[in-house]
Design a protein. Structure first.
Length: 119
């Protein structure tokens, strides 16, 4: 199983970016997918998780500005990030948790995508 992440980049404060993440491999099901972010000098922070049944958890600092969606036809999620702020600058890691495959159930992480918000 691999998580293929894309998107991110450099944007001015108030701007928008979109992240995408696709799970590739022999996957039977995924319990939840989403993103965490890590910035220098700060702890890992939840950005958003979306559960298979549809429940969504947003981190407090992004709720109301970020919107997650999932593709029901494949193991893919997207994150629309609006009104970006300098404090959103971080490396964003896509994660898939409770991934069921013929080998069992595991968690997987993508390679990380840099988001930089700066004027």
């Amino acid at each position: 199983v691999q998580l293929q992440a894309s998107g991110g980049g450099l944007v001015r404060p108030g701007g928008s970016l979109r992240l995408s993440c696709v799970g590739v491999g022999n996957i039977f099901s995924i319990t939840k997918m989403g993103w965490y972010r890590l910035a220098p000098g700060r702890q890992r922070e939840l950005v958003v998780l979306i559960h298979r049944a549809g429940r969504i958890e947003y981190g407090d600092s992004v709720e109301g500005r970020f919107t997650v969606s999932k593709d029901e036809d494949k193991y893919a999620v997207s994150l629309q990030m609006n009104d970006l702020r300098p404090e959103d600058t971080a490396k964003y890691y896509c994660g898939a948790f409770g991934v069921a495959t013929p080998d069992g159930v595991s968690d997987y992480w993508g390679q990380g995508t840099q988001v930089t918000v700066s004027s």
